[in-house]
Design a protein around this ligand. Structure first.
Ligand code: CU
Length: 167
């Protein structure tokens, strides 16, 4: 039956055309890990970059404090893995007015940010180092803190927690 053979060949050709059309149309827009030439790619404007990197709040301009360092905290290597020890010591006691020096000995950036976790409404309002790069240090000023106990955490890894006691 020749009609069946012709129909079969026509279907094969149609299938081939469909494949070619799909390939030409869509192979550029499938997301591929590492491929930056995506159809959806948009270059960031300076405004986008600024919006994604808000400046630290005025109350936490702690990096510039010139107060004497009253306590030092180390962020331990491996701190980014949940369950590992993170801040050392994880309870920091400091005299009001003295600065706390924080050194990141891990291989990824961390912060020391007031608040129990990122959902705490006061998070980052009392102190926030913002990101501390590996091997870098930051300072937290305590001059504006009243005596008391302040939980802190890392905004990148909220399971990294500690407690600051201001006397
Ligand atoms: Cu962290």
């Amino acid at each position: 039956m020749w009609v069946g053979k012709v129909a079969f060949i026509v279907l094969l050709i149609l299938g081939g055309i469909t494949g070619v059309v799909m390939y030409i149309s869509f192979h550029d827009i499938a997301p591929v890990s590492g491929n930056m030439q995506s159809f959806y790619r948009k270059n960031l404007t300076p405004q986008d970059i600024a919006a994604a990197n808000p400046p630290p709040a005025a109350s936490s301009s702690s990096a510039t404090t010139s107060a004497p360092v009253g306590a030092s905290v180390t962020i331990l290597a491996g701190a980014s893995t949940q369950g590992n020890p993170s801040y050392s010591p994880d309870t920091v006691t400091v005299k009001k007015g003295d600065a706390i020096s924080i050194t990141n000995k891990d291989t990824v950036p961390h912060t020391m940010t007031n608040g129990k976790d990122p959902s705490d409404p006061t998070t980052g309002k009392l102190f926030d180092t913002s990101l501390i790069s590996p091997a870098a240090s930051a300072k937290v000023a305590t001059a504006k803190l009243s005596a008391g106990t302040y939980p802190f955490h890392c905004t990148v890894h909220p399971y990294m927690t500690g407690t600051l006691k201001v006397q």
